[in-house]
Design a protein around this ligand. Structure first.
Ligand SMILES: [Zn+2]
Ligand SMILES: [Zn+2]
Length: 217
């Protein structure tokens, strides 16, 4: 069974997830580590738990989710995978990173692309890839059916949703992603979001002020 370790990194308080299983193999999702102490914290956990990293994955490529890509890629030398539609989002980061004070950001380009219906496997673990556009054009989520876990970046938050005013964002597309891809999962699926606390599909279906099922669209 998987274990999910959450780190909260950088000034955007972004959640970086390390998912690993009983075989000791794991993946890093959305490494937001930028400062040395953040990188040390991630690397130290991996070392202490003796985890063999197999993939570097991004749910989407906004700056807060990609700041640590170069560190993970360089240290663990693993394939880096994103959705193709977020390629321009990733490539735009280096131009605007200094305006947020991230002068040391180093771009890493993907080794391959993931799409709806693909799977990512490591150790005994299989993730289903869900395409969840709206917050970013190539936003994906990683669903682990066995443990009822969904790592879904900035799509659905506890009592909130991802912003849709950034390039490639679209409100109706985001709501559609949530209703068609997330709210169709079992109610007890735990959502591990890109910011803030975990929540569940059932809880957000009832009470999310932006997309609860009793709100008419
Ligand atoms: Zn984002
Ligand atoms: Zn974010």
């Amino acid at each position: 069974m998987i274990q999910i370790k959450t780190f909260t990194f950088n000034s955007f308080e972004e959640n970086t997830y390390l998912v690993f299983d009983e075989t000791g193999k794991g993946v890093v999702i959305d490494p937001g580590c930028y400062e040395k102490d953040e990188k040390d914290e991630l690397a130290q956990f991996i070392e202490t738990q003796n985890i063999k990293i197999k993939y570097l994955l991004n749910t989407h490529c906004h700056i807060d989710h990609v700041l640590g890509n170069d560190f993970v890629k360089e240290k663990y030398k693993v394939p880096f995978l994103i959705h193709k539609n977020d390629d321009p989002v990733l490539r735009s980061v280096k131009a605007y990173a200094p305006s947020y004070g991230f002068n040391l950001y180093r771009e890493v380009l993907p080794d391959g692309y993931l799409a709806e219906g693909d799977t990512v496997t490591f150790g005994n673990t299989l993730f289903d890839v869900l395409f969840l556009p709206g917050h970013a054009p190539g936003h994906i989520g990683f669903y682990h059916k066995e443990s009822n876990s969904l790592l879904s970046g900035d799509v659905l938050f506890e009592q909130s949703i991802g912003r849709t005013d950034l390039p490639g964002g679209d409100f109706n597309t985001l709501i559609k992603s949530i209703h068609q891809k997330i709210f169709t999962l079992p109610d007890d699926v735990v959502v591990y979001p890109g910011h803030g606390n975990t929540t569940t599909v059932g809880e957000e279906k009832i009470s999310n002020p932006f997309c609860a099922l009793n709100i008419s669209q």
